[in-house]
Design a protein around this ligand. Sequence first.
Ligand SMILES: NC(=O)c1ccc[n+]([C@@H]2O[C@H](COP(=O)([O-])OP(=O)(O)OC[C@H]3O[C@@H](n4cnc5c(N)ncnc54)[C@H](OP(=O)(O)O)[C@@H]3O)[C@@H](O)[C@H]2O)c1
Length: 397
Amino acid sequence: MGIRAACCGAQIDPDGARRARLPAGQAQPTPVLLYTRVFKAMQTKYPIGILGATGMVGQRYIQLLERHPWFEVTWLAASDRSSGKPYGEAAKWRLDTPLPERIAKMTVSPAEPGAAANGDQLAPKIIFASVDAAIARELEPKFAAAGCAVVSNSSAFRMAPNVPLMIPEVNAGHLRLIEEQSWRRESGGYMVTNSNCTVMGPVLALKPLVDRFGIEQIFATSMQAVSGAGYPGVPSMDILDNVVPYIPSEEEKMEEELLKLLGSLDGHVVKPLNARMSASCNRVPVVDGHTVSVSIKLGRPAAREEILAAWAEFRPLAGQGLPTAPEQPVQWAPQDDRPQPRLDRNRGNGMAVTVGRLRPCNVLDWKFTVLSHNTIRGAAGATILNAELLASLGKLG
Ligand SMILES: NC(=O)c1ccc[n+]([C@@H]2O[C@H](COP(=O)([O-])OP(=O)(O)OC[C@H]3O[C@@H](n4cnc5c(N)ncnc54)[C@H](OP(=O)(O)O)[C@@H]3O)[C@@H](O)[C@H]2O)c1
């Protein structure tokens, strides 16, 4: 077996960079989190279970974890349609890298914490979950109650007051909310969620601007890939040669999640960002990669060079050794016709978002375009990065 991460010693403050820029005399926020960044080699990897392993996001977990230095997939679960079958038979593999042989041979387990396939091991204590919200609402609490760290992709608990909705570069301090969960006290289990795939790009692009200039209004229009609807997703007869200007609940999710993600922890709850947000969501005939046009009104005027500098200097995880963290999470594309899904979605191994077309807005202050890979940065990669942060904090047991 390979390497297991263990932490020691070094402490950093994720809000430190922001505090350093505050004007003299202004109240300094309390450090929200102290966490470690030095890793030592150990003998084993963390065993990972995947709930929803046969789906679009489940497949991405398998692909991204294949050579992961800290995590190893040891348990796969999906619906009754799949359980009891070898994964290679149950899943219609849709990715452009081969299905790993070891995974193809694994038997899909029933989706229960105590379930074992063919006498194999029970569900491990770390679960990466990617099932529909209605199913997650029923299943995820069972795993948390059984003592599992549930790192989830679903929207079911994202807005629950005691559940962190987390992007490590943006709001690592919100992780403290896991201590508010009854599962944590009773069994040690807890739940952490990552964001909706569409909001990921705008939030990463806006975070450095919120910190430096403040933001009062946000207007966002998305052009979302078909893979965002899972497999088989939108029928080809509906999406080819077409744009569908409606994705159920997507606009509501974008609006409320963006404000929670950019909000601040106030005692035991997250105080949402005090800004007005309006989203319009569209499905377009692109396979992977969500593009969002964003217009913003800032809290104070900022020149183009200041905005570009805020993006370029935004490296909150630099030097922490989280394997999936991109070196430069927000990458600027200077060309007039970028970002584009086909050309830019794989930047930073699919974990960096690309911004371009920064220009003045005649209604608000500035407008730009942001692109992110929806099943990597917006889904499986986001879960994995959250789990890496949890591991680095010693929260994975
Ligand atoms: N696709 C994206 O870009 C994206 C991005 C962010 C978040 N998400 C969220 O991630 C979740 C999964 O999305 P997806 O695109 O991967 O969907 P998907 O392709 O439809 O996959 C759904 C998965 O859930 C399993 N499942 C269905 N019913 C189940 C049950 N009763 N018990 C246990 N497992 C069950 C399916 O197993 P079977 O194969 O056996 O049916 C499959 O593995 C959703 O909540 C979605 O909103 C998706």
